[in-house]
Ligand binder design. Structure first.
Ligand code: AG3
Length: 279
């Protein structure tokens, strides 16, 4: 018998994030690069066809090589320009991949304290996403492995920007959406500064948005929500919530790859269904 030996591949591998009982988004993967269970969560790293390397925590997409710039620009550049004085010192809670710190360095921040609870997120980012995690090599970035809630309660230092770059409000990040956390935060924020948290997908996680709004709103007498298109997160439509702040009326802003002056103006324009969530 003569068989032709053509390579056949019958099995395709996919990673799926479940959005609801009836819907999930699947990424076709070349390979699973790693899977670890840490004291806090499960971390997986995949090599995907469309989005490059993908970091997931407890089955939820945190960062994809090809679109991380959108989330990281929007969580840093919007608050940077919305602050009423030029920010010099920033605090990041979460952000163990280093992506938020990287953009803050680009914006010229002089001091960045990054408090991440899970050392493994930092170590794995350094290994698999060195271009993002290189921010941790800067002498301007102080990395603290510890509990952000405790840090906010006990530290004395004050900041011009505070970024809550957390996972979804279930599990370790739940307390980062609580009014008590934002009351502590309000004592750490300099006058004219901005605090912002990622507040989930308005479509699939309206509870995350309303929780963030209540938390920030109660501690800072009001809140402002803005949105961005992030293809690898649930529904692709994402929200961020910050304290009320007017910016400092500067003319031109320096564009990133997603962010620019038009995005800064437009991102606060909310669809009616989103307004209803935060009404
Ligand atoms: N942190 C926010 C990701 C939340 C995504 N949620 C989800 N996929 N269900 C991103 C960390 C990037 N520094």
């Amino acid at each position: 018998m003569n068989y032709t030996l053509t390579p056949v591949k019958l099995i395709e591998n996919w990673f799926s994030e479940r959005y609801s009982d009836n819907l999930q988004l699947s990424f076709r993967v070349r390979d699973q690069l790693l899977s670890v269970k840490t004291d806090y969560q499960r971390i997986d790293i995949f090599d995907t066809y469309d989005f490059g390397k993908l970091l997931t925590i407890d089955g939820t997409v945190q960062m994809a090589e090809n679109d991380e710039y959108i989330y990281h620009e929007m969580i840093t550049m919007v608050p940077f320009y919305m602050a009423e004085t030029t920010p010099k010192a920033a605090l990041i809670i979460g952000g163990g991949d280093g992506g938020a710190a990287l953009r803050l360095l680009d914006l010229g921040l002089e001091r960045i304290v990054n408090v991440e609870i899970d050392n493994h997120v930092v170590e794995l980012s350094k290994r698999f996403f060195p271009e993002v995690a290189k921010s941790f090599n800067s002498p301007k970035v102080e990395l603290i492995i510890g509990d952000g809630i405790k840090y906010m309660k006990e530290s004395k230092e004050k900041f011009d920007l505070m970024l809550i770059d957390s996972t979804d409000p279930v599990g370790p990040a739940e307390g980062l959406f609580d009014p008590a956390f934002y009351r502590d935060a309000s004592r750490r924020l300099n006058k004219g500064g901005v605090i912002v948290t990622q507040s989930g997908s308005p479509y699939y996680q309206p509870f995350a948005l309303s929780k963030a709004k209540e938390g920030i709103g109660s501690a800072f007498s009001g809140s402002m929500t803005y949105v961005a298109f992030i293809p690898t997160y649930p529904s692709g439509f994402w929200s961020f919530t910050m304290n009320p702040s007017r910016g400092r009326g500067m003319g031109e802003v320096k564009p990133g790859r997603y962010f620019n002056g038009d995005v800064l103006k437009g991102c606060f324009s909310l669809p009616e269904f989103v307004k209803k969530i935060i009404d």
